[in-house]
Design a protein around this ligand. Structure first.
Ligand code: ATP
Ligand code: MG
Length: 262
């Protein structure tokens, strides 16, 4: 899964730090993410993975560090100093965030079609017929039957809700998608189906993804590069296959060995 990365980075994170009452949830995290690249982040519970994603998306104030994003026009944007209205707009147009719980990423009180249409309205779509056609198209891309378009997400299974979340985000053709445990809490067979779908969407849409998971199988399947976190720090990083086949840090060795035991 080698990826040619001659282009400039889409995202550059330099020394991102965040503490909570003396606990270093993220301690000087740095990395580059290139267009079309999937970066997996793995680490034990409490290692700072969600804090990192939320910090990148501007959902929480950071203590330090720089986040630079190259937008569609090629302009470098400093996300730490970007005014709130522009940040919000960017999050709705060029970024997407797949929440671990679909309840946080979907609006449960409006229909599946409206969940998708809403994001289009946010970016300026106004023609009802076009919005409905796009919504139907995206439902079919995430393998949800057309006839469910007017149903509420509360009537969907967990796997369908996660797929609807993907459709809601991808409809605006983001460049960068942050995902926090997108397959967590799903049955193994449902997980496998979702992973297959994510893998094909990442390829066809040339998405850049930062994917947080506990699951080594998920990163093996999807991630070009891997970062291993422990206690708020990156303890190991590199090409996924290299890190997993020849782990250097004791914590990564332990993680890999744990998944080898039947
Ligand atoms: N709002 C908060 N207030 C205080 N401490 C927090 C808060 N959010 C996170 N922390 C602390 O920051 C550290 C990192 O938490 P974080 O949620 O980022 O971990 P995680 O790697 O996502 O874990 P999990 O795999 O369980 O989701 C933990 O020690 C956690 O207790
Ligand atoms: Mg988390």
């Amino acid at each position: 899964m080698l990826l040619v990365t001659e282009q400039a980075p889409l995202l550059t994170v330099d020394s991102l730090s965040k503490s909570y009452a003396g606990i270093k949830a993220c301690d000087r995290i740095s990395f580059d993410l290139y267009p079309g690249q999937v970066l997996g982040i793995i680490g034990e519970s409490g290692s700072g993975k969600t804090t990192l994603l939320n910090g990148l998306a501007g959902h929480l104030p950071l203590d330090g560090g720089d986040i630079t994003y190259r937008d569609r026009s090629g302009t470098l944007i400093n996300l730490r100093t970007l005014p709130e209205p522009q940040r919000r707009k960017l999050m709705k147009t060029e970024w997407g965030f797949v929440q671990q719980s679909p309840r946080d990423g979907l609006r449960m009180t409006v229909t599946a079609g409206a969940n998708i249409g809403e994001r289009l309205l946010d970016v300026g779509a106004r023609h009802y017929g076009n919005i409905r056609t796009e919504a139907l198209d995206w439902l079919s891309q995430v393998e949800i039957p057309d006839r469910r378009i007017d149903d509420f997400p509360t009537t969907f299974s967990g796997g369908m809700q996660q797929r609807l979340q993907l459709a809601r985000i991808l409809v605006t053709r983001p460049s960068l998608v942050l995902m926090d445990e997108p397959t967590g809490g799903l049955d193994v067979s449902v997980q496998a189906k979702l992973l297959d779908l994510m893998r094909s969407l990442v390829r066809t849409l040339n998405l850049s993804v930062i994917l947080v998971t506990h699951d080594i199988g998920v990163v093996r399947l999807l991630a070009h590069r891997l970062m291993v976190m422990q206690n708020g720090q990156v303890v190991e990083a590199g090409l996924t296959d290299q890190v997993l086949d020849d782990p250097r840090h004791p914590y990564t060795q332990q993680l890999v060995n744990a998944t080898l035991i039947p």
